[in-house]
Design a protein around this ligand. Structure first.
Ligand code: ZN
Length: 256
């Protein structure tokens, strides 16, 4: 029995001094596989290096995060598209729509999302999708988009139960992280009503640290706290949560 962390930014500066220990602590906690979603063009080199140095455990995605979509996004997408041909990549991410921080480049965010979803379809790769304050816009977009052959995960899920059910119908998984351990999380109700076969675990480290480690830097080794909470909500064993969410993640990202 082991876990997969489907969303970890181990290549950010928060980890540059002790990455080796972070990964060995993760393995000791039975979190054996870790997906690394890219952020922007400046993070690619470090991310690929981490994926190469820890190729047994770390699996890289390539993509342009919606909050990094600015005036020069076309150039950034071109750089990423070229790398897709030469690097070992397990998916496209993280990509999506974000109207929380800045609405200025929303039309560019839509173009970047469409372009990157098309790559995923062409290359038959899964996508890791980030949505913040843009659920209606995303579903509207995906309703019209040709989703044939598209699969992926809505990471750090923040929508409603109805929205979760809709994207599950569209062949997506729901990424559940530390937020589920927060008191009164509305996510509790959603997790309660979702089939465990549609859930994958994630930390989004270094952010969103689960209770009881809140206040500390988040790390993949904290995945079992998230699994424990899901087990409580769904009245199943932690073992079952681990086995099923691991199978879900391995099938989605094709990591065996
Ligand atoms: Zn992220």
């Amino acid at each position: 029995m082991y876990y997969v962390d489907t969303h970890a930014h181990l290549f950010l500066k928060e980890f540059e001094n002790d990455l080796e220990k972070v990964i060995s602590d993760s393995i000791s906690a039975k979190v054996k596989k870790i997906i690394l979603p890219n952020v922007d063009v400046s993070t690619i080199e470090k991310m690929l290096k981490v994926a190469k140095n820890y190729s047994e455990n770390c699996f890289a995605l390539l993509g342009l995060h919606p909050t990094s979509v600015k005036e020069h996004f076309n150039k950034d997408l071109e750089i990423i598209e070229n790398l897709l041909k030469n690097e070992q990549i397990f998916g496209i991410g993280e990509i999506g729509l974000d109207l929380y921080w800045d609405k200025t480049h929303f039309s560019q965010q839509l173009i970047a999302l469409e372009t990157q979803l098309s790559w995923a379809k062409t290359l038959n790769l899964p996508v890791s999708i980030h949505i913040r304050n843009a659920w209606d816009e995303t579903l509207q977009f995906l309703t019209k988009f040709n989703r044939n052959n598209l699969r992926g995960v809505f990471h750090a899920f923040s929508g409603t139960l109805e929205q979760a059910k809709k994207v599950i119908d569209w062949n997506f998984k729901i990424g559940i992280g530390g937020v589920v351990t927060f008191p009164n999380a509305k996510l509790t109700k959603i997790v309660e009503n979702l089939d465990i076969n549609n859930i994958v675990l994630e930390t989004d480290c270094p952010y969103l640290t689960p209770v009881p480690k809140k206040g500390l830097r988040n790390e993949p080794q904290f995945i079992p706290y998230i699994a424990k909470k899901i087990a409580e909500i769904k009245h199943i064993s932690e073992q079952e949560v681990a086995e099923i969410t691991t199978k879900n993640a391995e099938n989605l990202f094709n990591i065996f």
